[in-house]
Design a binder for this molecule. Structure first.
Ligand SMILES: *[C@@H]1O[C@H](CO)[C@@H](O)[C@H](O)[C@H]1NC(C)=O
Ligand SMILES: *[C@@H]1O[C@H](CO)[C@@H](O)[C@H](O)[C@H]1NC(C)=O
Ligand SMILES: *[C@@H]1O[C@H](CO)[C@@H](O)[C@H](O)[C@H]1NC(C)=O
Length: 478
């Protein structure tokens, strides 16, 4: 026997066994929580279909819009760059035939993709966190889509507008991209009325009670931790490790970095396959997505009562704007209010509006129930890149539309699609209904609680400390 044949034999055996080619998935799973591309969450983009309400004219629009896809934050780059070492290990594993179970091995074409992967963004640290070119272009396109839908509101006249955003790099770039999309004649938007309104757009920065009760409260992540410590989740990590040829189970934070790179890649270049996505099956991606839903549900959603209270700031901003137009009954300026914000504020706003509320809470134990599999709370759908919430005020002639009763109607849109609202017709609501429903949220919007010292949660650790002290004291003395 030829020695060459002998060395090749183990390889032949390997090749015969079944390989999993995850990058070749015909219908890949593309919902990646807060780093989902708008086009994957929304399916129709840009959606230029004009919303026609017979007998009514749009007279004002309030729009809350999340920024587009961005470069990794400064504190994320090191971990993502380190994926190059992990990639080298995966390639070495493959070359060495290092597989516990060859039925679950990454396929050759996935491996080849991974081999060609290079870390490209963040070479210039001053771009950290800023929009990518994809993020910039899709922001321009979104502006144009709104302009096409409401040409009478999104005009070339600067005085029709008020923009609000916070003073940071990403928001500034978002404003520039959006105004370039709007104003063909004179882009840049330097002379457009704009305000820095961080209190409205990032209420959590001004709410110590929320930081203490929610953000820094260990209970907030309890359901997510429960889910991630389930046998199923650990088996997933084990399967991913097997797939990549590791003889041990790799840690969640390493898996998370691969996931992070996969979803950034898919947001930066929606048409391209990310080699890092090949580490995950569709079920893996759904599980990781649910873990993030558990995080956002308790951090920004119905899971913590404080969120509903704090999320009112944007609803108040919207109601003040709409009321001003309805109560004056003559055209008011500005008629177009556009604010740029972040995922937490989109989620908090939807929560304060009572949108996408599930009848059963999301927990770490109910992932396999029907209610959770068809849940309304979905971070991917609610706050993808460029997520938006709009309220368009219409003035109607009484006899123009037999379905419309009041003179003023508001059309609510979530990511350009009519919101599901009880008591309204395909997102179109009577002003009286809106005034009752959201006027109350707006009128009772008071962040005084944010600075109040008394809250229940401080008592829990104190009690624990007391108990621990007592036990220690007793055992010391016995
Ligand atoms: C990076 O910083 C942001 C806040 O600026 C924080 O929300 C995030 O968790 C941090 N990420 C890591 C990986 O530390
Ligand atoms: C919350 O969790 C962190 C990390 O696990 C721990 O250091 C801290 O003591 C916990 N705080 C409370 C109040 O239990
Ligand atoms: C792990 O892989 C095995 C074999 O392919 C599969 O039957 C099982 O469902 C996987 N488990 C998880 C949690 O993905």
């Amino acid at each position: 026997m030829n020695w060459k044949l002998l060395t090749f034999m183990p390889l032949l055996v390997l090749v015969k066994s079944q390989e999993t080619c995850l990058s070749a998935e015909e219908e890949p799973y593309l919902l990646f929580g807060t780093k989902t591309s708008y086009i994957f969450a929304n399916k129709v983009f840009p959606n230029t279909r004009v919303q026609d309400v017979p007998g009514c004219q749009p007279i004002a629009i309030w729009l809350l819009s999340r920024h587009g896809s961005h470069n990794p934050e400064t504190n994320e780059t090191a971990a993502l760059q380190a994926l190059a070492d992990l990639r080298n290990n995966i390639i070495a594993n493959y070359r060495n035939g290092n597989f516990r179970n060859t039925n679950q091995r990454i396929c050759t074409s996935d491996l080849n993709l991974l081999e060609r992967w290079v870390w490209s963004p963040g070479q210039n640290p001053s771009f950290a966190g800023d929009l990518t070119s994809e993020g910039y272009i899709s922001t321009q396109q979104l502006a144009q889509a709104w302009k096409q839908k409401y040409p009478g509101l999104l005009t070339e006249n600067r005085h029709d507008y008020l923009f609000k955003y916070v003073d940071d790099l990403r928001s500034g770039t978002t404003f520039r991209a959006f105004s370039e999309g709007l104003f063909k004649s004179q882009p840049g938007g330097s002379d457009v009325p704009k305000e820095n309104d961080e209190k409205t757009l990032k209420p959590y920065k001004y709410c110590p009670a929320w930081v203490k009760d929610v953000e820094q409260n260990n209970d907030t992540l309890r359901q997510m931790n429960t889910f991630q410590s389930k046998q199923e989740y650990r088996e997933m990590l084990s399967n991913i490790s097997l797939r990549l040829g590791f003889n041990y189970d790799i840690q969640w934070d390493v898996v998370y970095n691969m996931y992070q790179m996969c979803r950034y890649d898919k947001a930066w270049n929606v048409a391209q396959i990310s080699p890092w996505c090949a580490a995950f099956t569709k079920d893996d991606l759904r599980r990781i997505e649910y873990a993030e839903d558990l995080e956002t549900y308790y951090k920004y959603g119905y899971g913590s009562p404080t969120n509903e209270k704090m999320g009112c700031t944007t609803v108040k901003d919207m109601m003040d704007f709409l009321k001003n137009h309805v109560e004056h009954d003559t055209p008011q300026q500005p008629r177009t209010h556009i604010q740029f914000t972040e995922a937490p504020t989109i989620l908090l706003t939807l929560t304060a509006m009572g949108q996408r509320r599930d009848s059963a809470p999301l927990t770490g134990d109910n992932y396999h129930t029907q209610a959770i599999q068809t849940r309304k709370w979905s971070t991917s759908i609610m706050s993808p890149f460029s997520a938006n919430i709009a309220a368009v005020l219409y003035k109607c002639s009484q006899d123009g539309n037999f379905q419309v009763k009041g003179e003023y109607q508001v059309l609510f849109l979530e990511n350009e699609k009519p919101m599901k609202l009880d008591g309204c017709r395909v997102g179109l609501c009577d002003w009286n209904y809106v005034k009752n429903k959201y006027g109350q949220v707006s009128d009772t919007c008071d962040l005084k609680f944010c600075n109040s010292a008394s809250n229940l949660n401080v008592h829990i650790p104190v009690t624990l400390v007391l108990i621990a002290f007592t036990i220690k004291y007793l055992s010391y003395n016995s």
